[in-house]
Design a protein around this ligand. Sequence first.
Ligand code: PRP
Length: 215
Amino acid sequence: MNDKDFITIALPKGKLFGLSADLLAKVGWSAEGLTEKSRKLIISNDEARLKFIITKTADVPTYVEYGAADIGIIGKDVILESGKDVYELLDLGFGKCHLMMAVPKDKKRPRLEDYAHTRVATKFPHIAEKFFAAQGMQMEYIKLNGSIELGPIVGLSESIVDIVETGTTLRENNLEEIVTIMNATARLIANRVSYKLKFERINTLVNDLSKILHG
Ligand code: PRP
């Protein structure tokens, strides 16, 4: 059996991993030893002709765009930020969060425009730039890879553009949301060529998942 008989699935480490693996297992797409902590980089289920790869969140669209993974599960926010050309098959509903701009409570300015030309720390510079450009605002973007909330606390930036899920991180760091940029949920994505070549299996997956998600 060669690779073209297998479907390779990219799953992100972190908050979406468990929910994604659980959902796929419900439709029989699973593999022994598929855990986030696995040191093995590829976890296969030869009988079901499946291969799972576990990657950094931001890398899932890259693996899928290049066809190194046929399909993947990842947040809408990460898809948009990546700018990768992938086929979005299904909104999975979980991983609900929103991308927003926040500032320290005690340094709040009256209007959004008052932040023009200030520095914003973010993991999402492309989405942020598009948003602020649409408001006619030019900003200075400082790309961080995690713990974005630190930015304004240590004086690296005036504000942050980041994901909020429960709001706990904002609250614990005395930050206040001043504008929502977009809402996001996890999506099932596919490589455009794989979707055509492996249509039957991928389409069956989409139908099976839809049934579970919609009742
Ligand atoms: C995300 C995000 C916020 C936090 C928001 O970070 O960047 O920091 O979750 O969640 P909350 O509203 O429930 O507090 P993540 O945990 O992915 O880690 P990171 O900041 O290191 O990327």
